[in-house]
Write a protein that binds this ligand. Sequence first.
Ligand code: C5P
Length: 300
Amino acid sequence: MSASVTVRVPAKVNVQLAVGAARPDGFHDLANVFLAVGLYDEVTVTAADELRVTCDGPDADQVPLDRTNLAARAAEALAERYGRTPDVHIHIAKDIPVAGGMAGGSADGAGALLACDALWGTGASRDELLDICAELGSDVPFSLVGGAALGTGRGEKLTTLEVGGTFHWVFAMADRGLSTPAVFREFDRLGEGTDIPEPLASQALLDALAKGDPDALAAAVSNDLQPAALSLFPELADTLAAGRAAGALTALVSGSGPTTAFLARDPESAAKVAEALRASGTCRTVRTASGPAPGATVIG
Ligand code: C5P
């Protein structure tokens, strides 16, 4: 058994996020089409006297280091199942924006789970790991699986999707975060008194992914949380407009936001959109990344 294990985990963008009415448990049924993209956190676990979490990276000061961190909860959940103590030091090298709608916290949960499984020699099956992921949060199973997938239920029931090419994205990070529960609450408030249809995946979107066709994907993307995110963070409209004006095929809020995502036809066009967004002064930082990217992977 090695003394430490490092797992690399991707961020995600939701190319479709169809949201149904609030359920009695407060969650919402979704048709959530995830695409993993090549922005990664690296989670390293090392045997220690007791559970502790550290983090470095540009947004590290915004990451909770207590037991609310999904990485800590993942270690505890796996240890509990296997009747052992979660005595590990978890270090997160964070590159995914925090509270950005790109599943950064979920990535750390999936990463810590896979890393602890390898460190402890637990040998949990894929299904067991996916069960634990689903207990940790709605987006955590996808962080483990990566690639592209349709998430139903509250987003945790995954069906893998075929993707016929590489999609080139630009991401603009905002200067503050948005809380996912607050965005869902705003979705409920905006929808009060209206009939909210059952969330269904768009066939045109699934076809565009399967073909690897960026124009068709651009025409089909949608995010039902976008009006709620814009209502709580109206300045995001300026960022979306700046990316569109620079030639992005489409611009949308990523998940619950506030990161905005721009689809480009090719890497050159992505670089141009990124440059224009940097110059626009409407966001904090800009990154390019392509997808699909692989899910959580042991790299050392
Ligand atoms: O599952 P997770 O803990 O990531 O969800 C965070 C919050 O987002 C939930 O507490 C809930 O407010 C909201 N949510 C929701 N419906 C979903 C997923 C998340 O309302 N399908």
